[in-house]
Write a protein that binds this ligand. Structure first.
Ligand code: 2AM
Ligand code: CA
Ligand code: CA
Ligand code: CA
Length: 264
């Protein structure tokens, strides 16, 4: 499969930052860990990876804007294109040596995500999606799972962290879903949860209080794999609300039916 020049730029940046993360993973006990807030860890690994990604992307596409979790917003001369980057999604997993973390790079044009790359350097899984051109895992075309019975589905969620979000609501949500599905999972890296939905490994996923860099690339992966992505209302934009539900059309609809009334 030949990808566009744009995707090649994103893949190259993700792979270089991935090598850096793998090096840091080998010496994770020597990494300085700081707290941005309660249970909100950041390390040199996050910052180094973001700098590399910014450098590579800015070199290849000078002028595009950049939003990264660690570096904040950098305006570009080109007001229509913006990179949305999480240099290390799943920092807590990373710090514990759990190989479920990723680099997530999305590209937004005029408010729409047009390309996404998610890369897990621990197992070398590379997810790619471009608008209208499908979604891929290591060159294999992806399609969301086709299950239409909730009690056969494996669903993932995210949980609010210490001092953030509504913990009572999340308990209610989990209890409702747990009672209706084959399995409920919590992996801890939002971008990979979406990549797993695109790959048909998970049937659906929901999480509240996400940031744009957690979901920019994941959204287009799920959509290009034939899935549906929205906020909690079922037809709203998760980039605007911060809340996200995704799955195949059926599973997405069922999750919305269960979760939407709980949030009121
Ligand atoms: P991060 O590792 O890039 O911070 C999983 O629920 C998602 O929440 C991940 O995408 C993770 O991204 C993010 N996350 C982890 N700890 C967090 C915290 N304390 N506050 C906000 N987001 C967090
Ligand atoms: Ca973080
Ligand atoms: Ca993240
Ligand atoms: Ca991060």
């Amino acid at each position: 499969m030949l990808h566009s020049a744009l995707i090649n730029v994103m893949v190259k940046a993700a792979r270089r930052a991935g090598r850096s993360l793998n090096r840091d993973l080998g010496e994770v006990e020597n990494l300085q860990v700081s707290l941005k807030g309660p249970a909100n860890f950041v390390t040199m690994a996050d910052k180094r990876a973001e700098e590399m990604i910014y450098t590579d992307l800015a070199k290849a596409r000078p002028g595009y804007g950049f939003i990264g979790e660690e570096g904040g917003t950098r305006e570009g001369a080109d007001k229509s294109h913006t990179w949305i980057v999480d240099p290390l999604d799943g920092t807590t997993n990373f710090l514990h040596g759990i190989p479920q973390f990723a680099i997530s790079i999305g590209l937004q044009r005029e408010g729409t995500i047009i390309a996404g790359v998610i890369y897990n350097p621990a197992n070398d899984e590379l997810y790619i999606a471009e608008r209208g051109k499908g979604a891929f895992l290591n060159e294999q075309r992806l399609r969301v799972a086709g299950r239409r019975k909730l009690d056969e589905c494996v669903i993932a969620c995210g949980l609010p962290h210490i001092g953030r979000g509504d913990h009572d609501l999340s308990r209610k949500e989990m209890a409702e879903i747990q009672n209706k599905v084959a399995g409920l999972r919590r992996f801890g890296a939002a971008s990979l949860d979406m990549a797993f939905v695109a790959a048909g490994r998970l049937d659906g996923y929901w999480e509240r209080n996400l940031q744009p860099w957690d979901m920019a690339a994941g959204q287009i992966l799920v959509r290009e794999a034939g899935g549906v992505v929205s906020g909690m209302a079922g037809d709203d934009d998760p980039l605007k609300t911060g809340h996200l539900i995704c799955g195949n059309e059926f599973v997405h609809g069922e999750l919305v039916k269960i979760l939407k009334p709980l949030g009121k």
